[in-house]
Design a protein around this ligand. Structure first.
Ligand code: CUA
Length: 313
């Protein structure tokens, strides 16, 4: 069974993954046995009971009680096993252990952000300690996304206007990929993150060294943090390469042609407007897909982003 799971499924890296795999294997195996039995019977009956001459008569058979009970009771037992097994697994996945470490997850077009109790923020990387249950409290700022980690056999919708929770425990340090599995627009397929499982000691160190900057002492550094933490770089490159949105490389002071044919030079006001009302002036050749950040940033934060963008060249 292990060789089969390893062949068809990604490596099982959470505490409950092997239960999910076992049930999946049982469903496959029992389906295969029933399928093979049905096919063999069909072929056998075709050969055995085919009409051999013009005068061949079909014998009159009304019913067979033993057979009918068997083909009702055996499938009933099978589905009850699947129900009981699945329900047990479902309860295990829904009931978060009391000592779980909590991380806040935000899904937005088109990235994931992870917030920790001490103020640390990590865009597109979920850092967790090994051997400890992790509770994710998740929400979306725009449309429905879905948080899916195949290695953990874990998937949960992330919905705007409410919180959903899910938990997992990864016994070993390592890395796994997170996918968004709810179609959410242009860069849905790029909406990926990584789970990085640390040794508990290393996780403490990571958490300490990633404490959030609390004050805007250095606007350029703060602006850089804002840009990275809000995953602006999912759509805007820093090196001039083409992505969903115009590159940040040399953006400040750049002369752009807009979709409506007008020209403008990128200045403070244009950047501010593009953050708060992204559809107002679209650079030619780009799709109007950026979500608004109205209400999400303070003027001070927007100012810091502008100061940082001036330095990207
Ligand atoms: Cu987010 Cu698809």
């Amino acid at each position: 069974m292990n060789w089969f799971n390893e062949f068809v499924l990604p490596e099982a890296k959470s505490t409950y993954a092997s239960d999910v795999d076992a049930l999946f294997f049982f469903l496959n195996a029992s389906s295969f046995v029933i399928f093979a039995g049905t096919m063999i019977a069909i072929v056998y009956f075709i050969l055995r009971y085919r009409r051999k001459s013009e005068n061949d008569q079909t014998p009159l058979i009304t019913h067979n009680t033993t057979l009918e009970i068997a083909w009702s009771v055996i499938p009933l037992i099978l589905v009850l096993i699947v129900f009981g097994w699945g329900f047990k697994g479902h309860l295990e996945m829904r009931n978060v252990p009391d000592d779980a470490y909590e991380v806040k997850v935000t899904g937005f077009k088109w990235a994931w952000r992870f917030n920790y109790a001490n103020g640390a923020v990590s865009p597109n990387e979920l850092h967790v300690p090994a051997g400890r249950p992790i509770k994710l409290v998740m929400s979306s700022t725009d449309v429905i996304h879905s948080f899916y980690v195949p290695d953990y056999r874990m998937k949960q919708d992330v919905v705007p206007g409410r919180y959903t929770t899910v938990w997992f425990e990864a016994p070993e340090p390592g890395e796994s990929i997170v996918f968004c599995t709810e179609y959410c627009g242009t860069s849905h397929s790029d909406m990926m993150a990584k789970v990085i499982v640390h040794e508990p000691e290393d996780f403490k160190l990571w958490l300490e060294s990633n404490k959030a900057p609390t004050k805007i002492e250095n606007p350029i550094a703060y602006g850089e943090t804002m840009v990275k933490d809000n995953a602006c770089l999912t759509c805007h490159s820093l090196d001039g390469s083409e992505m969903v949105g115009p590159s940040f490389y040399g953006v400040f002071g750049r002369a752009e042609v807009m979709a409506d044919g007008t020209n403008l030079t990128v200045d403070e006001n244009y950047i501010r407007e593009s953050i708060l009302n992204p559809q107002a002036k679209i650079v030619e050749g780009y799709a109007p897909v950026m979500p608004t950040y109205q209400g999400a940033f303070t003027d001070e934060q927007i100012g810091a982003i502008i100061e940082y963008l001036k330095t990207v060249k």
